[in-house]
Design a binder for this molecule. Sequence first.
Ligand SMILES: [Zn+2]
Length: 313
Amino acid sequence: MTFFLFDRPEREPSAFVGFAGNVLDRQSETRDDDCVSRALQDETTRLMLLSGSRLLLRLDGETFAPFFMRQEAEALGQQPADAILLGRDEQGPLLALDTDLDPETLPANIKAIDHRSIYSQGLIDAAELGALAQAASLISWNRTHRFCGSCGHQTESRIGGYKRSCPNCGAEHFPRTDPVAIMLTVKDDRCLLGRSPHFAPGMFSTLAGFIEPGETIENAVRRETLEESGIRIGRVAYHASQPWPFPYSLMIGCFGEALSDEIQADLTELEDCRWFSRTEVRAMIAGTHPEGLAVPPQGAIASHLIRFWADQD
Ligand SMILES: [Zn+2]
């Protein structure tokens, strides 16, 4: 079990998962209360327009374009001054705006598509998808932190959307990222996969769960695996991470070394949990499993963990 410990590739595994392709210079050191208005004076500035859990995409021939110029946002009745700053790429500044647009009333060449479909159907490129993860997470956080958690007063957005301040008690609130441990448990030539009732038919995946306050990543991997499968874990090794904007998680992908064999699945969470041989997992990846069993599609960190392990000898 040393294959993943010291032979790190030049491009780390996290670079290959969905939502990981953000290339923006976030300009975090120069963010101030004027950064959005400064960006709006730049005529190269583009905006991503979000509406609930959807992103507006303009149909350009066969492809979808996720960016709008200031005048285009205003023509849709929106106020770019309320945007948040995502950062800057070689084309200029990029903002994101939380809109109240009704998807049913949009012009025919503009579609509002939910973030999950954009991700799973690959409708925009990796850099754009990375920017969407940042935009969706920040906008969700701003939307749900309009009131001060200390005194209940209304809060105000600051420094381009990366802070909310309370004018009543002075409290400052910062965007959250919720860590989730997602782990492939392995033992000898087998790995442990489970099935949730909501999975597509025949699909098995890694186990996962939120890391709790005061808990290390490794202990969360051990606790979640024990709770869900009854399997005890010894060594844990970090492999890769994935931004997961539903609404603002970070999936932390690990391998865990099983110390026991006997599965006692938590049937309130899983409808099935089994050991799979490497040969069987390779067939699931290739779509040739005799029972039609499968693993999640590429791009998901669960799939990345499973495929990385299956590729080892
Ligand atoms: Zn307050």
